[in-house]
Design a protein around this ligand. Structure first.
Ligand code: SF4
Length: 381
């Protein structure tokens, strides 16, 4: 039986490791303020809102198991040659700390990641040990998200999938060319794409682990990748590898090597955050609004527009599609209208069914900022 109290030493390690894990978003993030990570009251942990399958909200216990790393990713504050305080949790410390929070009802699941402790498989073994102890010895049946360490063997990946509710391996950037500029020790195809493909096969519909979700994350702006490249890769990850979610994390200025594109003085942290935001809006268009990746418009530099959200930008470039008749258009057409999201479209269709005909925006709801955006694109025929 595991005691719920943890030593001060473990708490000190958790403080360091949970703060170091803050920029890995491959478990939860969104486009609204409510979906964003926030600090736990103890200040040593981040709490990540997660949308539960039943629609409720709860939080994950999220930490690295180690901030030591044998790799040298140029954008990462944990890269091997960086002078930072390193520490590692044992599997038992991690289990005890998690159960402490879980039994108190403060978290519903675990997100466990880590740097590369010696070799990828040695690290995977420790991550898998935590999940195995929780599942087999402690009888924990809840949510476990394990990070797959780049370069992990097929056997280690298989075990992680068998123990997890979700797994992720971070793709980091749009393709091999950019990847090579960011890391000299990781191999894009063998260390990242190979395990991603294996997970995709293991979790495909109809297989034993089809309930296990796979997600990934891009770092935005560490290389000189364009949004066009990122969106193309994102489309491929959804279409060909069946990923559940793709996350974006703006490069953190000051965290990486000098000379990275995100470190250039003309690129501000706010610029990178706006790119991250536009990429999330694009992700929603693809996952929720029926857009294909090759329909997303970019400016002449290959980036998403900064002065308009991607749907508005698309609508401005397609005047032949508008105005549409709000009383006749189908769901897919309505979802293309700037300012109309899935919830409002559902309401329009329901009201149309009940009342026969809508006459003005006020019939749908309050004519606020979002609905007023739709005014240029619809008629009440
Ligand atoms: S492998 Fe992960 S932890 Fe290690 S340097 Fe690269 S990004 Fe950082």
């Amino acid at each position: 039986m595991i005691g719920i109290a943890t030593t001060m030493d473990t708490q000190a390690k958790l403080a360091t490791l949970s703060a170091d894990g803050q920029f890995d978003l491959a478990c939860a993030c969104g486009t609204s303020a409510d979906d964003r990570r926030r600090r736990a009251p103890e200040r040593d942990r981040w709490i990540y809102p997660v949308t539960l399958p039943n629609g409720g909200r709860s939080v994950l216990f999220k930490t690295l198991i180690t901030n030591a790393c044998a790799n040298d990713c140029r954008y990462c504050p944990l890269r091997a040659r960086n002078d930072t305080r390193r520490c590692t949790l044992t599997a038992e410390e991690t289990v005890a700390s998690f159960l402490n929070y879980w039994r108190a009802g403060r978290v519903f699941g675990l997100f466990l990641s880590g740097g590369v402790l010696g070799t990828p498989d040695r690290t995977m073994q420790r991550l898998n040990d935590v999940a195995r102890i929780l599942r087999r010895r402690e009888g924990f049946r809840g949510y476990i998200h394990l990070k797959i360490i780049p370069g992990a063997s097929d056997a280690a990946v298989r075990e992680a999938v068998s123990l997890s509710s979700a797994v992720s391996i971070n793709i980091e950037t749009a393709g091999e060319k950019h990847f090579r500029t960011l890391s000299s020790r990781k191999n894009y195809l063998d260390d990242v794409i190979r395990p991603m493909r294996l997970i995709s096969r293991l979790t495909s519909p109809g297989t034993r682990y089809s309930r296990v979700r796979q997600t990934t994350q891009f770092v935005v702006g560490a290389s000189d990748e364009t949004d066009r490249e990122l969106v193309k890769y994102m489309g491929g990850l959804y279409d060909r590898l069946g990923l559940s979610r793709v996350y974006f994390s703006a490069y953190q200025k000051g965290a990486g090597d000098p000379g990275l594109p995100g470190e250039r003085p003309e690129v501000s942290g706010a610029d990178l955050l706006l790119r991250e935001h536009r990429l999330y809006q694009t992700d929603w268009l693809i996952r929720r609004y029926g857009f294909r990746a090759d329909e997303i418009p970019f400016d002449e530099t290959g980036h998403l527009a900064t002065d308009a959200d991607p749907k508005e930008h698309w609508a401005r470039l397609h005047p032949e599609r508008f105005p549409i008749d709000i009383n006749r258009a189908g769901r897919e057409e309505l979802l293309r209208v700037p300012g109309l999201g899935p919830v409002v479209v559902k309401r329009i269709l329901k009201l149309r069914g009940e009342t026969g005909r809508l006459r003005r925006f006020e019939d749908i709801g309050r004519f606020g900022k979002r609905l007023s955006k739709a005014a240029d694109y619809v008629v009440f025929g």
